[in-house]
Design a protein around this ligand. Structure first.
Ligand code: ZN
Length: 236
C-alpha cells in the first residue's frame, strides 16, 4: 500500500447498525422509507417541521436520547485507530448523525448530514452541543431566541461541506465506502468522482449494493469484521 497516501472514507448506516442504531431504511415496496416506525416525510423534511414541529422535535429528542446509550463497535474502533496511526491525509466523511466515530477516538471526521448532538439556531445561525431535549423550546445559548432545531440535514436540504469533501476526493489515492448502499446522491457520486480522478475505490458492505459496479473492489461482510481487517492491512 506504499503508493497510497491520501484516503477518503465514507461511512453510512451499516457502520452504526452493529451498535444497535436504527436508521432510515428504504422500503422494499418502493413507497418511501420508514425510520423507527415513522414515515420519512413526517419527521425528516423541512415541510414536516413547519407542519408539526412538536412531532419532529419529539422524534429527534428520542433519537438524541437513544444514541447516548449506544457504544462504538469494532468498526468505529478500527477507523479511530486508522485516524491515529495513518501518516497521510485522511478524511472520514460520515452520513451518520451519531457521535460513535468521535467516541471511539476518531478526529478527522466530517458529518455531512449533521449531528444528533448539535442544535442549530435558526435565528442567529449558531450551532451548539445539545444533549437534552428541544420539545420545550429552550432558549438559544447565543442569542436567547427559542429558535433551536436539530442540526440534522433533512431530505430536501443540502448536505454540509460538500466543497471540502470534493477537495479531499481530488487529492485522494484511495476512496473507501463502508456500510452504505451507495444509492443516494450526492454520496453515490463520490465513488464516480474519485475514480474519474484516478483514485482506487473499495467498497466494504454487508451485501452488494446498487453502486457496487462502480468500485474497483467490493468486500462483503459485517462491518465489525471486515473494517478491522482492512485497517490492519493498511497499517501493516
Ligand atoms: Zn441563536
Amino acid at each position: 500500500m506504499s503508493h497510497i497516501r491520501n484516503i477518503v472514507v465514507l461511512t453510512g448506516a451499516g457502520v452504526s447498525a452493529e451498535s444497535g442504531i436504527d436508521t432510515f431504511r428504504e422500503a422494499n415496496d418502493g413507497r418511501g422509507g420508514l425510520w423507527e416506525q415513522h414515515r420519512v416525510e413526517d419527521v425528516a423534511t423541512p415541510e414536516a417541521f413547519a407542519r408539526d414541529p412538536d412531532l419532529v422535535l419529539r422524534f429527534y429528542d428520542m433519537r438524541r436520547e437513544a444514541i447516548q446509550t449506544k457504544q462504538p463497535n469494532p468498526a468505529h474502533e478500527a477507523l479511530a485507530r486508522l485516524d491515529r496511526e495513518w501518516d497521510g491525509d485522511l478524511l472520514i466523511v460520515t452520513q451518520n448523525v451519531d457521535d460513535l466515530h468521535e467516541r471511539a477516538g476518531a478526529r478527522r471526521i466530517l458529518h455531512m448530514h449533521g449531528e444528533h448532538l448539535n442544535a442549530w439556531c435558526t435565528a442567529c445561525d449558531v450551532r451548539c452541543r445539545w444533549t437534552g431535549t428541544l420539545i420545550d423550546r429552550p432558549a438559544c445559548p447565543a442569542c436567547g431566541e427559542a429558535a433551536l432545531r436539530p442540526d440534522v440535514v433533512w431530505f430536501g436540504e443540502m448536505p454540509y461541506e460538500m466543497d471540502r469533501i470534493f477537495a479531499a476526493l481530488r487529492e485522494a489515492d484511495l476512496f473507501v465506502s463502508i456500510g452504505t448502499s451507495g444509492a443516494v446522491y450526492p454520496a453515490a457520486g463520490f465513488v464516480q468522482n474519485a475514480a474519474a480522478l484516478g483514485a482506487r475505490t473499495l467498497e466494504l458492505n454487508l451485501e452488494r449494493s446498487q453502486g457496487s459496479h462502480w468500485f474497483d473492489e467490493t468486500r462483503l461482510g459485517p462491518a465489525g469484521r471486515i473494517v478491522p481487517a482492512w485497517v490492519d492491512e493498511m497499517l501493516q
